[in-house]
Design a protein. Structure first.
Length: 90
């Protein structure tokens, strides 16, 4: 599985980590000096969740931010039975 959210499509993004030394001017120093810049990845906080899709149970990766919205339909416990098709009354 790749690191992509099943619902929102969030995936890792590139960024930079900047190393600095010194004391800021605000704190009474002569300012911060940049000593190095490194490329890094910002990965989304993905969690494995079981969902029901088209009557089948699937395990998918979902971002934690999306889980907090409460929109994910979680699979019930093992006692779940598939609902019977409703028959039209004549």
């Amino acid at each position: 599985m790749s690191r992509i959210c099943y619902f929102t499509g969030k995936k890792p993004r590139a960024g930079k980590s900047i190393a600095r030394r010194g004391i800021s001017k605000k704190a009474g120093g002569i300012g911060l000096k940049t000593t190095g810049i490194t490329i890094r990845r910002f990965t989304p906080n993905l969690q494995k969740v079981r969902i029901i899709e088209n009557g089948t149970v699937k395990t998918v990766r979902v971002s934690a931010k999306y889980l907090k919205t409460g929109r994910v339909i979680r699979a019930p416990k093992r006692t779940w039975k598939k609902p019977e098709a409703a028959t039209p009354q004549a």
